[in-house]
Ligand binder design. Structure first.
Ligand SMILES: O=C(O)[C@@H](CO)OP(=O)(O)O
Length: 253
């Protein structure tokens, strides 16, 4: 059996301020730090150990990972950072308050931007100070590949190659893998792992710093998936339907 742990970063400053964040590099709040340390306790209590970790190039996910690894006495583990695990790029919505945006554009429009499968936010222009064009961490990425505003479908499409080329090979070698990332990049991974229907995946909520454990078979087909809770409790996840299967099989290769 292979084991994969997915962890959304702890509460960020812009989560607390209810602002669209995307690729903006904001840090954790004190609550975010505390809930992340709680995640480490849950992992330790469940007897879950890790051999290798993957994260995005955004500080909130990196900080979350470091806090968890420190509390697990595993700061020495190999960590791989990649932009493909970044949060969904939220285009010109980045920085705006979600409630104010709903007042201006209507709740239905904001719901579509946030929780549809394939509707992207308004794209950001390269000369917008919020664009990632001038950010040194993306210097190796061709300008034409820099997202200007992604739907969840777009995010999933750029996360899956990283699963195939980096994360799944580590699992196949027998490593126990921890991925510290973001609500929407993790939705993309879950969608791919479990072949979740397009209409269901946007509504799948991953709470901040709540470990999501996948137990995978030899071919990396999910056997079980559950959130870790307190006092040994687990919350099993079941999907109403799977894309193209009527609700039974998965595709994780
Ligand atoms: O603002 C964001 O980047 C994300 C995650 O916090 O928001 P949402 O949950 O609306 O996709």
């Amino acid at each position: 059996m292979h084991r994969l742990i997915l962890l959304r970063h702890g509460q960020s400053v812009w989560n607390a301020e209810d602002r669209f964040t995307g690729w903006t590099d904001v840090g954790l709040t004190d609550r975010g730090v505390a809930e992340t340390r709680q995640a480490a306790e849950l992992l330790k209590a469940a007897g879950i150990d890790v051999d290798v970790a993957f994260t995005s190039v955004l500080s909130r996910a990196i900080e979350t990972l470091h806090l968890v690894l420190r509390d697990m006495d595993r700061l020495w583990l190999p960590v791989h950072k990649h932009w493909r695990l970044n949060e969904r790029h939220y285009g010109t919505l980045q920085g705006l308050n979600k409630a104010e945006t709903a007042e201006r554009h209507g709740a239905e429009q904001v719901f579509q931007w946030r929780r549809s499968w394939d509707i992207p936010p308004p794209p950001i222009e390269p000369d917008d100070p919020r664009s990632a064009v001038a950010d040194r961490r993306y210097a190796g990425l061709a300008r034409s590949n820099l997202p200007r505003g992604e739907s969840l479908k777009d995010t999933t499409a750029r996360v899956v190659p990283f699963w195939s080329e980096a994360i799944s090979p580590a699992l196949r070698l027998g490593a126990r893998v921890l991925v510290s990332a973001h609500g929407n990049s993790l939705r993309g991974l879950v969608k791919h792992l479990d072949n979740v229907a397009d209409r269901d995946i946007p509504l799948f909520e991953i709470p901040t710093s709540r470990p999501l454990v996948y137990e995978l078979g030899a071919d990396l087909t999910p056997l079980r998936r559950y959130f870790l809770g307190e006092n040994g409790a687990v919350e099993e996840i079941t999907w109403p339907t799977r894309e193209g299967t009527g609700g039974s099989s998965s595709a994780a290769a």
